[in-house]
Every structure is written in structure tokens, then in C-alpha cells.
Design a protein around this ligand. Structure first.
Ligand code: PSU
Ligand code: MN
Length: 319
């Protein structure tokens, strides 16, 4: 059956399934599309995107993959949309917040980053968003000022964002300082330390450790109910079986960063470049870890969404 969408305004359309779940106060989990188009090669990206949606459903929640399709923000992409994004891959433009109005005006398709996905999901009234790694402060920021718009969005939208930390290619302590400045609450699920995406932990502490998704939901519910804007970042370490060895990762990262510098890769091209370089250097094991943590985060996100729906009953009003 083709997915049916309803237009909420000129540039926003939401699937009937997601709208019904929101109206009935059931759990909905937003998912980003940039990781499909730019984070993994085809067909691994397609398999992973579908497996992540399936993990959300098995957890009893409704998945809502977000992308811009033909100039409209779409919440709850159908399998046909996901297939298109996966097949076209990097031919689909990477869309952060600043790019959205251009895609809308030109009526074209784009793959949404954490920043763009979070903004769109919150507008549609979704409260939980699952991703792999958020963007953050890049190494060498003192010279480039390269700080992902993901952080700015986390500072202003009311969302519980489940992730496995920020990509290890970033300056992690600077990213945590920036999150603190923005007032984002950083929760560790089963960890006292901020996860390192491909590895289970970094040396840097989270704001608060919890042991269940329900406890994390209590923190998120308190934030939303108290009228504070901004996100609760629920960090979950990659499953132990899929973790990379730290020395191998450090070596791969050093090489990737040197290659980026030598080739003059900057700006929005930097994140996909570094991810690909690490993938090559680890013989694809970074990709396997990425897929495993996304599926695991999806299961956590579903539990969190159900717990949040219970704590904040009734339909969610759009942001
Ligand atoms: N993590 C991944 N793969 C990715 C990204 C994160 O494992 O492709 C993407 C996310 O979409 C994130 C974006 O929002 O990188 C950040 O890019 P930038 O630093 O240009 O804002
Ligand atoms: Mn950047």
C-alpha cells in the first residue's frame, strides 16, 4: 500500500500513520535521512534504514523517517522514499537547517541532517528522535569555526534525542562544553561517560547516568513539562560485540584527518569524507558498528517514546 500523507502546511507533510499515532498519544520515533544518503554506501544504507524502522516497530512505536521530498518536508517517509534516498546516495543533497528553504523554494529532494530532522520533527509534534552520532565541534575549530548546526538545534527544540555520542572525528570535550553552553541535558544510559560512537566510551563524563530508557524518559518529560526549550540527549554506547579497538580507530582517524587536510576537504563535505576514510581504514568494520548502534538506539528510542507517551498523555501539540 502506498504511504498516504497529509499536508499540515505548505512545506510540511506527515504520513497518516504518524498523524494517527500522535493524535492517540502513541510512541513515535523520528529518524534522519542524511545517514541513509551520505553515511553509508548502497545497499547497506537501505538494509540499515529498513532494519532501524523495524526495530522501532518491534518496540511498539511508529517510525517516522524525515526527508525533504520534492520540496516538502516529509515526516514518515514510505519505503519507496527510503529506497530512492538509498539508491541515489550522495547525489541527494545533504540538507541542514540553512538548506531547507532553498529545497522548498526549488521543489527538490534533500537528505536531512540531525539539525534539519530535529527541526522538522519538532514542528510535526514528534518528541523522540533516534540517530547514530550527532554533529558537533570539529577538531581545529579554533581556526575554522566549524561547529555543526546540530548543536544549535539541540539547544532550541524540545526533543529527546537518542544517539551514541558524537562522531569520534570531532573534538569531544569542546562539543560537550558547547552542549553545556546551550543548556542541553546529556544523559548516559548505562554509562557514566560520554560514548565515543565507534567505541563505548570517551574519558569525559555525562551530566547524569540512568539505567533504563524509562528513567531517561522521566528526565525528558520533566524538561518538556517545565517549559524549558531544548533537548535531552540520551547517549547509548555501541553494543560491546560491535565496538572497534581504540588503537585501530585512533590510527584510522589520524590518517583520515591528514587526508582531509591534504585534499583541502572542508565544510559540509568534511563529515562524509571522514566517515568514508575511516570505513576504508577499518575494512568496513566502522560501518558494521554504525549499523549495529543505529538498530540498538532504535530499540531504546521505542521504549523511551512509549514511556514518554505514558508520562505526557494526550496528543502532542506541534512546536
Ligand atoms: N553520523 C554518522 N553518519 C552521518 C552523520 C552522523 O554516522 O552521516 C551526519 C548526521 O546527519 C549529522 C551530520 O547531522 O553528519 C552532521 O554534519 P555537519 O557536521 O556537516 O553538520
Ligand atoms: Mn560543519
Amino acid at each position: 500500500m502506498p504511504t498516504v500523507f497529509r499536508r499540515l502546511d505548505r512545506y510540511l507533510e506527515v504520513s497518516e500513520e504518524v498523524l494517527a499515532a500522535l493524535a492517540e498519544g502513541r510512541g513515535v520515533v523520528a529518524l534522519e535521512s542524511n545517514v541513509i544518503a551520505h553515511g553509508m554506501p548502497y545497499p547497506r544504507n537501505l538494509e540499515t534504514a529498513l532494519a532501524v524502522e523495524e526495530a522501532v516497530r518491534r518496540g511498539g512505536a511508529v517510525p517516522a523517517t524525515v526527508a525533504v521530498i520534492g520540496g516538502r518536508a516529509r515526516v514518515g517517509c514510505g519505503p519507496e522514499d527510503i529506497e530512492t534516498l538509498a539508491r541515489l546516495g550522495p547525489a541527494v543533497p545533504k540538507a541542514s537547517v540553512r538548506d531547507l528553504p532553498v529545497l522548498f523554494a526549488r521543489e527538490v529532494t534533500g537528505a536531512t541532517t540531525v539539525a534539519a530532522t530535529g527541526s522538522i520533527a519538532a514542528r510535526a509534534g514528534v518528541r523522540v528522535f533516534v540517530t547514530g552520532g550527532i554533529g558537533g565541534v570539529h577538531r581545529g575549530w579554533e581556526g575554522t569555526f566549524d561547529i555543526s548546526a546540530d548543536l544549535a538545534v539541540l539547544g532550541r527544540v524540545s526533543l529527546a534525542v537518542v544517539c551514541s555520542g558524537a562522531k569520534a572525528v570531532l573534538d569531544i570535550p569542546a562539543t560537550l562544553e558547547h552542549l553545556e553552553m546551550l543548556g542541553v541535558t546529556v544523559v548516559g544510559l548505562g554509562t557514566e561517560r560520554f560514548p565515543g560512537f565507534w567505541v563505548r566510551e570517551t574519558p569525559y563524563p555525562v551530566d547524569v547516568a540512568v539505567s533504563t530508557p524509562e528513567e531517561a524518559a522521566a528526565v525528558a518529560a520533566a524538561r518538556f513539562a517545565s517549559g524549558l526549550p531544548g533537548a535531552v540527549l540520551v547517549t547509548v554506547p555501541v553494543p560491546a560485540a560491535d565496538e572497534l579497538a581504540r588503537e585501530e580507530l585512533d590510527r584510522a582517524l589520524d590518517r583520515a584527518l591528514a587526508a582531509a587536510e591534504a585534499e583541502g576537504v572542508r565544510g559540509k563535505a568534511l563529515t562524509p569524507f571522514l566517515l568514508q576514510a575511516v570505513e576504508k581504514a577499518t575494512g568496513g568494520r566502522s560501518l558494521q558498528a554504525n549499523a549495529a548502534l543505529l538498530r540498538n538506539n532504535a530499540a531504546v528510542g521505542a521504549r523511551l517514546a512509549l514511556a514518554l507517551a505514558e508520562r505526557c498523555p494526550g496528543p502532542v501539540s506541534p512546536a
